[in-house]
Design a protein. Structure first.
Lengths: 386, 75
């Protein structure tokens, strides 16, 4: 497919790997965080890690909306399905996120809750129109990429005067999460998480542009390279980061120029700010309460806010004690450091959220990398006959 | 979650709707978030909405970067 296949070419990948190996200084290390789950997935799926020289180390970031969705918010959606008997519509990724009482939205569906998987928020609107006698709630999650479509359906619902449609909004913001990581004690004081640069989001940046990252380059002296989600995009971004670090630069560079500008999508930004406003604080799995890191629906659209209509209050619920998702989302631990990884916690039976979505660090490592860590044991053949 | 794919616009329908082609699969998408899309353009589609147009010249430039010789002049 055009604009996909060319960006996965093996020969070009080897060429980029040779450049990275030639230019990475073996006397120092390059600790690079890929913020997005989309990049985590590409790195695992295409074995990009194996093409990198020893000084270059990739750290998975918290840019996976399913992974950072706290239990308390999923509990709200389950409550709407089971107690309020509402039709709860959501993206497929959200269905298996573990919540309280050993439940998930999928298990709530098995218990008779009307939970429906949708591809587009426009589908939720159609369901609301088809069932005027039922409350229909769209459980909306996602970073800046996914927020403009939610804003559009809220406006459309207002236009249509739909009285039975609301949105439970969990939209979160990328720059706030990056700030939280840069301000975390592991990075600032303890030095346990060395960070030399960031690979910036692909599709989030189509909306917000490359401008918002300039603060991180200037204020924290961390280079940022925005990259597309294909493996060659990631490798080119790594090369650009290695060059910035070698030259002592900390700038925002854009590898994904085919879709990202400095300003971003102004039309989408205007729409989002018309419908949403900042929350003073929002809980993230792994990061805890992060100030001004999420959006809520403005009072002008209060009629479409599920939190207002059903007077919902979010409880903070602790993760499973054995689960290391929190530390993994902060970049402090790797999935292989988790005791339940691949044993109790698998994609079929996820204990933690990072094992749910394909772009979660644990799911990506489970699917594409878990056997790399296994020791190879050579057993002598018993007999020559077989 | 932020999965989005480049698809080719094959037909415009009304003000803000288009039919796109993805390797033979046709689908209706919304153009409400982008302006000035023409038939033949590639757009990046996420949950049924085009987020941005794909710039063919910039894509060619990026592909050329991948092919640059190691230790090249680009540094």
């Amino acid at each position: 497919m055009k604009y996909i296949d060319e960006f996965r070419d093996g020969a070009l990948a080897r060429n980029l790997a040779a450049s990275i190996a030639a230019e990475a200084d073996p006397r120092r290390s390059y600790n690079l965080m890929e913020f997005c789950g989309g990049h985590t997935h590409a790195i695992s799926r295409y074995g990009v890690g194996d093409l990198l020289p020893p000084p270059v180390r990739m750290i998975h970031g918290p840019g996976c909306p399913v992974c950072v969705l706290p239990i308390g918010r999923v509990d709200l959606a389950i409550g709407l399905a089971l107690e309020q008997r509402a039709i709860v519509c959501t993206y497929g990724d959200c269905l298996r996120v573990p919540a309280s009482n050993n439940l998930s939205l999928l298990k709530a569906k098995a218990r008779g809750g009307d939970v429906r998987m949708i591809y587009s928020p426009a589908d939720a609107l159609k369901i609301a129109q088809a069932h005027p006698d039922r409350e229909v709630v769209f459980f909306a999650i996602g970073f800046e990429t996914t927020t403009p479509p939610t804003a559009l359906v809220i406006k459309e619902a207002a236009h249509l005067g739909l009285a039975n449609f609301t949105v439970l909004c969990n939209h979160v913001l990328t720059p706030a999460a990056i700030t939280n990581i840069l301000e975390s004690p592991e990075v600032r004081q303890l030095g346990t998480l060395p960070l030399d640069g960031f690979i910036g989001p692909a599709h989030v940046s189509t909306i917000i542009g490359s401008g918002p990252y300039e603060f991180f380059a200037e204020e924290y002296r961390k280079p940022v390279v925005i990259a597309g989600f294909e493996p060659l995009d990631v490798m080119q971004a790594i090369l650009m980061l290695v060059r910035q670090i070698n030259e002592g630069r900390a700038e925002v560079e854009n590898e994904f120029t085919r879709a990202v500008t400095r300003e971003g999508n102004l039309k989408a930004q205007a729409l989002v700010s018309e419908v949403f406003e900042l929350r003073r604080s929002f809980e993230w799995r792994g990061l805890g309460q992060v100030p001004y890191s999420a959006l809520r629906i403005r009072s002008a659209f209060a009629a479409f806010d599920a939190e207002r209509r059903f007077q919902l209050e979010t409880r903070s619920v602790a993760d499973n004690k054995a689960c290391e998702c929190g530390a993994i989302l902060r970049g402090v631990k790797h999935p292989r450091d988790c005791k339940v990884f691949g044993t109790v916690c698998t994609p079929e039976n996820p204990i933690g959220s990072c094992m749910v979505s394909s772009e979660g660090a644990c799911a990506a490592h489970y699917t594409y990398g878990r056997f790399k860590d296994a020791a190879i044991v050579v057993t002598p053949a018993l007999t020559a006959a077989g | 979650m932020c999965l989005a794919i480049p698809v080719r616009v094959v037909e415009l329908r009304g003000e803000s709707t288009a039919i796109v082609d993805l390797d033979g699969v046709r689908r209706e998408i919304s153009l409400a978030l982008v302006d000035g899309v023409q038939v033949g353009d590639y757009v990046i589609v996420h949950v049924g909405y085009a987020l941005s147009k794909l710039d063919a010249d910039e894509a060619a430039r990026t592909l050329a970067l991948f092919a640059a010789a190691p230790r090249g002049q680009a540094a």
